[in-house]
Design a protein around this ligand. Structure first.
Ligand SMILES: Nc1ncnc2c1ncn2[C@@H]1O[C@H](COP(=O)(O)OP(=O)(O)OP(=O)(O)O)[C@@H](O)[C@H]1O
Ligand SMILES: Nc1ccn([C@@H]2O[C@H](COP(=O)(O)O)[C@@H](O)[C@H]2O)c(=O)n1
Length: 257
């Protein structure tokens, strides 16, 4: 993969505002199904902790977008892997999330921050994330991004972070919520999508994704946070409490197995 760059190329608001750390960042690994609140809760928790946030789903989404733009067959593992040889990908770890992609052979860095969130991309992304070879390469890219971040800590969220990308992270969380709660939250964000449609979409995506990685059951040592009956603030606090507990301080309301 050419140039998997992060904050450094994405202007001011992405800079950490602190002396870059020279040691490995502390990792907070968070997994969960679609709409569980991983991204938004992780982002808010990261801000409180003074950490960066790496949204790994954004890379899969950007890859699906790039393949569609370049008329690459999303179901072909070889063709999608070839896209990884030629593209350039950049994501901010601090401040507003910005995602940029340069297509193979191109020079323009497209800002795909908004388009990767559309239902069209959500509906196609599992076609690229199902490929084992693609996952291995993106997982290496995620580890490289974190290692090069210069941040004191990074919250990294996705589907296989607690189990594959960072199984040794000192804090590992599975964030979940009932399908109905997740659909209601997501429907609130999407204009013109009925609750039934959103529920059907996230259920279908979870089923496809769960065939590749298990993000519905916490692995040994992973803290389960079910946010079904929590508001946004309580969900953030549950993450902070879990981090504090791992650091040997403060309360905890988690369930471990
Ligand atoms: N505990 C909560 N209470 C109320 N709303 C919440 C809570 N957690 C998250 N939300 C809201 O639910 C929506 C979905 O959250 P978010 O996008 O973070 O989920 P996600 O797990 O990252 O989803 P995806 O995997 O589809 O990207 C957002 O509008 C978010 O603000
Ligand atoms: N670690 C990950 C993260 C994401 N995926 C795939 O990307 C899709 C989009 O992820 P969001 O978190 O933005 O919803 C998701 O549906 C998976 O197909 C993944 O496989 N592994």
């Amino acid at each position: 993969m050419e140039n998997a760059v992060t904050d450094a190329t994405l202007t001011d608001e992405t800079s950490t505002g602190a002396t870059p750390s020279t040691s490995e960042p502390i990792l907070v690994a968070i997994d969960g199904p679609a709409g569980s609140g991983k991204s938004s809760v992780s982002r808010a928790a990261a801000e409180q902790l003074g950490f960066g946030i790496l949204d790994t789903g954004a890379a899969y989404r950007a890859l699906a977008w790039a393949c569609r733009e370049a008329a690459v067959d999303l179901d072909s593992e070889d063709a999608v892997s070839a896209m990884l040889d030629g593209w350039a990908y950049a994501i901010t770890l601090r401040g507003e999330q910005r995602v940029q992609v340069t297509l193979p052979g191109g020079t323009e860095a497209f800002d795909v921050s908004a388009v990767i969130r559309t239902p069209e991309i959500s509906g196609q992304v599992s076609r690229v994330s199902k490929h084992a070879a693609v996952r291995v390469r993106l997982n290496n890219m995620f580890r490289d991004i974190v290692a090069a971040s210069g941040l004191p800590g990074v919250v990294i969220e996705g589907r296989d972070i607690t189990t594959v990308v960072a199984p040794d992270a000192p804090v590992r969380i599975l964030m979940t919520a009932s399908p109905e709660v997740r659909a209601a939250r997501r429907a609130g964000e999407l204009d013109g999508e009925s609750l039934e449609q959103v529920l059907a979409d996230i259920t279908a995506r979870d089923a496809k994704d769960a065939a590749v990685v298990d993000f519905l059951n916490p692995a040994a040592g992973v803290t389960l946070i079910d946010t079904s009956d929590m508001n946004f603030g309580q969900s953030i606090q549950a993450v902070i409490d879990t981090v504090d507990k791992a650091r040997g301080a403060g309360p905890s309301n988690d369930k471990e197995r």
